[in-house]
Design a protein around this ligand. Structure first.
Ligand code: MLT
Length: 408
């Protein structure tokens, strides 16, 4: 008899964004003539930057000739990309990262979901609430939690993100072994200061804990005083792994390319207390289960660091951030309190009502899709997330429709 991993039975019915897709599909079936504007899932709408497309084409042409063809690449990624990442994303910002600490992958979703495989079953995990559901669900699948009860899985330490703490929770009073942090935050758009991250790094060092730091939205930080990487904090290399993605910054949601940084002096411990570098084990896992991102995609990613690439990238992030400012301005004018949207492409809006009711109201009456905050956790109830990833004309049209529905 083939037996199920019964931890899957603990999961909520479906992944949040699949759930939303189903509701939107049902609405479309009932109202085939209504045009929907999606400000829900953070999927980009702009084409790849010209620099990426040119590099992509060139690399595809290389695959067309025996002399320049590439078969399996290094599972960890080509050096040409790993070196650019270390230099431009980290060292130039004063963060020490070596090229061989960078693992190129096909997505931060996969990496943040897979990294927990390296840890024991009985570790204590802290997750923010609201939270990107992947951190939670993958640990549920791995059996690190009890059942779902009263909006939460037993066994996690939840870090409440509330208006009172500016949606940036402080360190817990008790010990935890592993902490998931995401800044700029998905879903709230809040960004931690250096002082706030320093508290976490100090805590992790003291507790011999590990921080899994999701910085997928780092490129949207406009305020230079805010950290983009946890490695801008002294001592972070020993206690933090960082995840980045080209999805939102360079339009790679469909193209797929991301990376994870595992510093060589970042440690985990066996049951006897002996320390091991996590780098060795992530390398082992990655080379066993992953065969690398395709050569043309890695060349396309490399192009964002070269020549006109950085300017083209900035133009794309500015484009989405202008949408964020528009959403923030119009929703504030309508009397809604908004967080995020200034160093992050998401706005977290106090819906003044139940999250799913607000979601349904916008869908049914305005034909606009947002994401109900409750889908990100108990503390998300009463909020909705609006994404800035769409074109300005459609964002403006969505806001006109929202104003008609909510403006009274
Ligand atoms: C989101 O909307 O939260 C993201 O697009 C999901 C993801 O990046 O996987």
């Amino acid at each position: 008899m083939i037996r199920l991993n019964e931890n899957y039975l603990k999961l909520q019915s479906s992944y949040l964004f699949s759930d939303i897709d189903k509701r939107v599909a049902a609405f479309k079936r009932e109202h085939p003539d209504r045009e929907i504007i999606k400000l829900g899932i953070g999927d980009v709408t702009r084409a790849l930057p010209k620099a990426c497309i040119e590099a992509f084409h060139k690399a595809v042409d290389e695959m067309a000739s025996d002399a320049t063809f590439r078969g399996y690449g290094p599972e960890q990624g080509y050096d040409f990309l790993r070196e650019k990442v270390a230099e431009y994303d980290f060292r130039r910002r004063g963060a020490e990262v070596d090229a061989d600490e960078v693992f190129i992958s096909d997505g931060a979703k996969c990496d943040t979901g897979n990294f927990q495989e390296l840890f024991a079953d009985d570790i204590t995990i802290a997750v923010p609430d609201p939270v990107y559901p992947v951190y939670v669900d993958t640990n549920v699948m791995a059996g690190r939690t009890g059942n779902f009860s009263n909006g939460r899985y037993q066994g996690f330490v939840y870090l409440d993100c509330t208006r009172e703490n500016g949606f940036v929770p402080g360190v817990p009073d008790a010990h935890v072994d592993c902490i998931y942090l995401c800044y700029p935050n998905n879903p709230t758009g809040a960004v931690a200061t250096k002082a706030q991250l320093r508290q976490w790094v100090d805590y992790a060092r003291q507790e011999k804990a590990l921080i899994l730091f999701d910085a997928a939205y780092a490129a949207f930080v406009c305020d230079e005083s805010l950290p983009q990487s946890i490695y801008e904090i002294e001592g972070a290399r020993e206690v933090a792994v960082e995840f980045r993605s080209y999805s939102k910054t360079a339009g790679f949601t469909g193209t797929r390319c991301a990376y994870t940084v595992v510093p060589k002096n970042c440690l985990a411990y066996d049951s006897g207390g002996a320390a091991y570098p996590l780098h060795r084990f992530w390398n082992r896992r990655h080379t066993t289960k992953f065969n690398g991102v395709s050569y043309p995609v890695q060349r396309a990613a490399e192009a964002i660091y070269l020549g006109d690439g950085p300017r083209q990238l900035r133009e794309i992030t500015d484009y989405y951030m202008a949408n964020a400012a528009m959403i923030r301005g119009r929703m504030t004018k309508l009397g809604y309190v908004c967080t995020g949207g200034s160093n992050a492409p998401y706005l977290w809006i106090d819906a003044k009502t139940d999250s799913w009711n607000f979601f349904d109201l916008l869908l049914q009456k305005a034909g606009v899709v947002c994401t109900p905050g409750a889908g990100f956790g108990k503390c998300g109830e009463g909020y909705v997330r609006i994404s800035a990833f769409n074109n300005p004309t459609r964002v403006s049209l969505a806001l006109d429709r929202i104003t008609k529905v909510l403006g009274g």
